[in-house]
Design a protein around this ligand. Structure first.
Ligand SMILES: Nc1nc2c(c(=O)[nH]1)N[C@H]1C(S)=C(S)[C@@H](COP(=O)(O)O)O[C@H]1N2
Ligand SMILES: [Mo]
Length: 355
């Protein structure tokens, strides 16, 4: 007898670059509401860091009354918090911008969903206390390297305004989906910032510092800014909250289908409130019908949606999905173009041929 296990067909990460390693989740083939760690997209600016966990301590310093050096053991013993979040790279769907922009040419899979467990950053800042004038909390990772635009070595570091740093759901995470975070996703500790694009969720935390001014590291003041213009930096503003968005998972783009009923399905998510509706169009956006939304599994998760489409006539169809959230935000027909290609959230579209 043949072992049927030999014929199980599985999805894999899709490689965008190897050095550093950037890979996307095969989002079209994700059925569940949680992405297993081996299919979680990977976004790195540098080579993976080398660090010794055996004697890992986390320093928290700067404008605090009691600077501390916390051990991993101590962190694991503090009261924990669990958050299920959509982590989306702000460059997700960058390849769809027109005119095209430079950078990782992500398709639709620089996004994942799963459960993180850790200690609220707030709890640690309650231990250290904050001095007067404290404005931002800088989180630095262990990874570092050169940048093409500056002749110095930088580590990956980002700051949060105090308000976001002190939100109870902003956590220093040590587990993903009930297991220690895997190395490539930030072991032993990574920051998790719900509702903000992924750049905020710093992996491999080396140090946390409280500062009195706006942090101006290059991953904050040069990268992760929306630059509206091609030739100058006028009007730049920082990338923060995730835009309202949706992705069609089925059918696949350019699929050939029979006449008959087909389930159109996908996911929708937002960084503000919740998804209130997803509309689907099968006629180039002339008419729209509401899809059926699944239950929210938690405050910050995505929702799945479906629509039973009766494809009666042969021909080519353009299928679109358009999500709206409880803050009155709706996906625009055209994306807001910006030089670095962040925050793409135009209505999602595919084409199919019914024959
Ligand atoms: N230390 C460090 N943290 C980082 C990054 C990085 O390159 N180094 N990339 C950021 C970006 S841009 C994203 S989208 C997420 C990706 O997290 P993942 O690789 O676990 O998917 O991590 C963020 N945190
Ligand atoms: Mo990202």
């Amino acid at each position: 007898m043949e072992d049927p296990k030999h014929h199980v067909v599985k999805p894999y990460l899709v490689t965008r670059s190897l050095q550093p390693e950037n890979q996307e989740t095969p989002i079209q083939f994700m059925e569940s509401d949680s992405i297993p760690k081996h299919l979680f997209y990977r976004r790195n600016h540098f080579s993976y860091p080398k660090l010794a966990y055996s004697n890992y301590f986390l320093p928290i310093n700067g404008l605090v009354t009691n600077p501390i050096l916390v051990s991993l053991q101590t962190i694991l013993q503090l009261p924990s918090r669990t958050v299920e979040i959509v982590l989306e790279c702000s460059g997700n769907k960058r390849s769809l911008f027109e005119p095209k922009v430079f950078g990782e040419q992500w398709k639709k899979g620089a996004i994942s969903l799963g459960v993180w467990k850790g200690v609220p950053l707030r709890s640690l800042l309650e231990v250290t206390g904050l001095k007067k004038g404290a404005k931002e909390v800088v989180v630095e990772g262990y990874d570092f390297g050169e940048r093409s635009d500056l002749d110095k070595v930088f580590s990956y570091a980002r700051s949060l305004p105090l308000e976001k740093a002190l939100h109870p759901d902003t956590i220093i995470a040590y587990e993903y989906n009930n297991q220690p975070i895997s190395f490539k996703h930030g072991h032993p500790l990574r920051l998790i910032v719900p509702q903000w694009y992924g750049m905020a969720s710093v992996k491999w935390i080396k140090q946390i510092s409280v500062i009195a001014s706006d942090f101006n590291g290059p991953f904050q003041s040069i990268d992760y800014q929306y630059y509206p213009n091609q030739d100058n930096d006028n009007g730049a503003y920082p990338v923060t909250t995730i835009h309202v968005n949706s992705t069609i998972q089925k059918p696949l783009d350019m699929a050939k289908l029979n006449t008959g009923t087909h389930v159109i399905k996908g996911i929708a998510w937002t960084g503000k409130g919740k998804i209130s509706k997803v509309e689907i169009s099968t006629d180039h956006g002339d008419t729209w019908v509401e899809g059926k939304l699944s239950q929210y599994s938690s405050n910050y998760s995505w929702v799945s949606w479906t629509y039973d489409w009766v494809a009666a006539k042969k021909g080519m169809y353009s299928i679109m999905s358009r999500a709206s959230d409880s803050h009155g935000r709706t996906q625009p027909m055209k994306p807001v173009w910006n030089r670095n290609g962040y925050g793409y959230n135009a209505v999602d579209r595919i084409k199919v041929k019914v024959e």
